[in-house]
Design a protein around this ligand. Structure first.
Ligand code: ADE
Length: 256
């Protein structure tokens, strides 16, 4: 997959793309990431790519022409007519289903704007999709672009070592992830649940599903409303709810 990012702060993205899973994917040739600075397409000696807002008000707005030229260069160099995705708090909220959809494309072009914005004429003519990473405002879209690159990059075939680990992610089946443990088995802060050391793989799968259901019910009940549970899965959730009610009963003595 190829991802091009148009940004006034290419160093930020370049750094993010050098480390961790994305960095390894890049080194192994599974992901190609390239940044483009609209300042390199400015028409004056000051490399201006933003200017004051017409009508007054604080902050700078990114200018049409450097962005248009940067985008034309990306399209010419990549030979692709992939749509342009603008990261902004006004966009559609990114979720794992959207990440999975983006991950199936072979080319993404992202635009990170400054918070004050991008000239509306560019948005109207050149942007195909607007995505937000959440209902809060960042000072620029670079962090949002880095999040898209990470979430999409790790889903590329061959990027994660264990092919199953993305399958088991929170949200990949509409549920939150189950708890995970590693050595030591016994610690002053508790023991690893016995089922996980039992070697009984069916029981482990059931326990994990039950924990996922329970966590989703406790922390994100809105997600549960969107998944269809079969009879067995509903029974597991009810078991979890029953155990939880027992554990949190006000008259329950500690150590029971
Ligand atoms: N730029 C500024 N805030 C943002 C957000 N919440 N999502 C995506 N891009 C942004």
């Amino acid at each position: 997959m190829r991802i091009d990012i148009i940004t006034l702060f290419p160093d930020f993205i370049d750094h993010c793309a050098r480390v961790g899973v994305v960095g390894r994917a890049r080194e192994r040739g599974l992901l190609r990431i390239q940044t483009w600075n609209p300042r390199d397409f400015a028409s004056d000696n000051y490399r201006s790519a933003d200017d004051r807002c017409y009508g007054g008000g604080p902050g700078m707005v990114m200018m049409v022409d450097p962005l248009r030229k940067a985008l034309a260069k990306v399209r010419a160099e990549s030979g692709s007519d992939a749509g342009l995705i603008y990261l902004s708090p006004q966009g559609r909220r990114l979720d794992q289903a959207k990440v999975a959809e983006l991950a199936r494309r072979d080319h993404l072009i992202l635009l990170s704007g400054r918070y004050e914005g991008v000239d509306e004429r560019f948005l109207e003519h050149a942007v195909d999709e607007e995505l937000s990473i959440g209902d809060y405002v960042l000072s620029g879209g670079e962090l949002a672009a880095a999040i898209v690159i990470d979430a999409v990059g790790r889903l590329q075939e061959g990027v994660l070592n264990d092919a199953q680990s993305a399958e088991q992610d929170s949200f990949s089946h509409g549920l939150l992830d189950c708890p995970h443990y590693t050595r030591p088995e016994h610690d002053v802060w508790g023991d690893v649940p016995a089922v996980l050391t039992s070697g009984d793989h069916a029981a482990i799968r059931r326990w994990r599903l039950k924990q996922s259901l329970g966590r989703t019910w406790l922390r994100r009940p809105d997600l549960l409303e969107r998944v269809e549970l079969d009879k067995n899965t509903r029974a597991l959730l009810m078991q979890y709810q029953h155990e939880h009610a027992e554990k949190t009963r006000p008259d329950r003595k500690s150590g029971d």
